[in-house]
Design a protein around this ligand. Structure first.
Ligand code: EPZ
Length: 416
C-alpha cells in the first residue's frame, strides 16, 4: 500500500458492522437448526471469509449479499474445526461452545500463539469442564464430549476474557439449569451477541455487567439481528483525523462505546461531537496535539485494539505520553517500524514512553498484525513524502474498504 502523506481528512466515512461481533454472531448460528439473518455485516473482510469457510466445512449453508448474511446450520454434519482453518483465524475457537452444546461433541484445533502474544485458551477449556464436558488435548486438538448435554455451573473467571465469556455464554444457552459467569468481560460485542441469543430464545441476564446469568433452554430458534457498529474502526478513523487535522463525519457509529478514547482525544486537543448516530470529529492543524497517557484495560477501559493507533498519534504530540499495555504481552511490534519513520519511542517491559517529534518521514515499513498495520497507515497519512506498507493482508482481515474510505476524505492512498 502506498501513501502520500500530508493531506488533511475532510468528508464522510460510513462505519461498518463490528468484525469482532460479526465473527461470534456467525458462531451463534450453529446453536440452532433455523436460519439466523444478520445485517450490517462488514463486507470483504478476510476473517469473515475464513469463518464462512469454517461454517460451510461443518455443513452449514451461508448466503451473502452486500451486508446481509443468512446462516442455516440445520444440516451441520461435522463437529471438528481442522488446524488448517483455525490457524488462519484464532476466533474459530468460538465454534467449540456452540458445537458441544448442540451436538454433545466438538473437536477444535488448538489455535497456537500469534504475533501479539501466546494467547492461551485455558479459560475456555476450564469453563466447559466446569459445565460437565470431558475434555482431552491430543494431537494438537481439543476434544470435548458431553453426551448427556452440558450442565449449568458457576464459573468465576480468574482473568477477564472476551472470547471465553462468549464461548461459555453460547454453550450455556443450551445447558441444563443456570450458569453464572462471574468476572465476565463487558465488551459491547459480547452484549451484541447476547442480545442476538436472547432473540433466538435464550434466557440471559446481566449483559454489559461483570456477572452474566444464563438459564439453559431446550432449543433456540432463528431470528434477524443487526451487527453493532465497529468501535475499533470508528476509533481508528477518529485518531486518523486527530493526526491529519480536518473535519470528518463518522456515520452510524456508537460514541457511547468509545468513552475512554474520546476522553483521551479531548485531552489531547481534538473536538468531538455527536449528531444522532454520527460522530463529528475535527481538529485545526494549526493547533498542536498534547501528549497524554493511556493504559489498556478490559472494557470500559482503553481498548488494546486502539493502542497502536493512539501511539502513532502520540509520536507527533507536544510533550510525551506513556503507553501501558496490560492485555497482550507482545503488542509493541509497531514501535520499530514507527521508529523507522522518525518516532522517538522507548519501550520498557509493557510500557512505552513516546516523546513527540516535529514530523514523521515516509519510509518502507512492514505490518505485523491488524492493528499495528493500521497504525502504520495512520503514520503514513501524516508523514512527509511516501510511505509503502508491506504485508497488507493483515489490514484486509479487519478493515472494510480502508483505501476507499480514506480516499473519499482526501487521502492519497492506493493498494499496489
Ligand atoms: C478479543 O480477543 C478480540 N478478538 C481481540 O481483537 C482483542 O484484542 C481482545 O479480545 C481484547 O479486547 C476478537 O474478538 C476476535 P481475550 P480474545 O480472551 O477474545 C488471556 C483484533 O485486532 N487469555 O479477552 O482472544 C489472553 O492471552 C483482535 O481485532 C488467557 O490467558 O481476547 C489475553 O492476555 C486482536 N486464557 C487476555 O486473556 C484464555 O483462555 C485477554 O484475551 C483466554 C484469554
Amino acid at each position: 500500500m502506498r501513501i502520500e502523506g500530508g493531506r488533511a481528512l475532510n468528508g464522510v466515512i460510513p462505519i461498518s458492522g463490528a468484525k469482532n461481533a460479526a465473527l461470534k454472531l456467525m458462531c451463534a448460528g450453529l446453536l440452532s437448526a433455523a436460519t439466523l439473518r444478520l445485517s450490517n455485516m462488514p463486507n470483504s473482510l478476510r476473517d469473515i471469509d475464513s469463518q464462512t469457510e469454517l461454517l460451510e466445512y461443518l455443513g452449514a449453508t451461508i448466503a451473502r449479499e452486500n451486508d446481509l448474511m443468512a446462516i442455516n446450520a440445520g444440516s451441520v454434519d461435522k463437529i471438528d474445526a481442522p488446524y488448517d482453518l483455525v490457524r488462519k483465524m484464532r476466533t474459530s475457537i468460538l465454534v467449540l461452545g456452540p458445537l458441544l452444546a448442540r451436538f454433545g461433541e466438538a473437536k477444535v484445533s488448538l489455535p497456537g500463539g500469534c504475533a501479539i502474544g501466546t494467547r492461551p485458551v485455558d479459560l475456555h477449556i476450564d469453563g466447559l469442564r466446569a459445565m460437565g464436558a470431558e475434555i482431552t488435548l491430543e494431537h494438537g486438538y481439543i476434544h470435548a464430549l458431553a453426551k448427556d448435554g452440558l450442565q449449568g455451573a458457576k464459573i468465576i473467571f480468574p482473568k477477564v476474557s472476551v472470547g471465553a465469556t462468549e464461548n461459555l455464554m453460547m454453550a450455556a444457552t443450551l445447558a441444563k439449569g443456570e450458569t453464572v459467569l462471574a468476572n465476565a468481560a463487558r465488551e459491547p460485542e459480547i452484549s451484541d451477541l447476547g442480545e442476538c441469543l436472547i432473540k433466538m430464545g435464550a434466557k440471559i441476564e446481566g449483559l454489559g455487567t461483570a456477572t452474566i446469568r444464563i438459564e439453559g433452554v431446550d432449543r433456540l430458534h432463528g431470528t434477524a439481528h443487526e451487527v453493532v457498529p465497529d468501535r475499533i474502526e470508528t476509533g481508528t478513523y477518529m485518531i486518523a483525523v486527530a493526526l491529519t487535522g480536518g473535519n470528518v463525519r463518522l456515520k452510524n457509529a456508537r460514541a457511547d462505546h468509545l468513552a475512554a478514547l474520546i476522553a483521551r482525544l479531548q485531552k489531547a486537543g481534538v473536538d468531538i461531537a455527536e449528531d444522532g448516530a454520527d460522530i463529528l470529529i475535527s481538529r485545526d492543524p494549526a493547533q498542536p496535539l498534547r501528549g497524554t497517557d493511556i493504559m489498556t484495560e478490559p472494557y470500559p477501559g482503553f481498548p488494546t485494539d486502539l493502542q497502536a493507533q493512539f501511539m502513532t498519534m502520540l509520536t507527533l504530540c507536544e510533550g510525551a505520553g506513556l503507553v501501558s499495555e496490560t492485555i497482550f504481552e507482545n503488542r509493541f511490534m509497531h514501535v520499530p517500524e514507527l521508529a523507522r519513520m522518525g518516532a522517538d519511542i522507548t519501550v520498557h517491559g509493557n510500557s512505552a514512553i513516546v516523546r513527540g517529534v516535529k514530523k514523521l518521514t515516509g519510509a518502507e515499513v512492514m505490518a505485523t498484525d491488524l492493528r499495528a498495520s493500521v497504525a502504520l497507515v495512520l503514520a503514513g497519512l501524516v508523514a512527509d513524502g511516501e510511505t509503502v506498507i508491506n504485508r497488507i493482508y493483515h489490514l484486509e482481515r479487519g478493515y472494510e474498504d480502508l483505501v476507499g474510505k480514506l480516499s473519499a476524505c482526501g487521502a492519497v492512498i492506493q493498494r499496489i
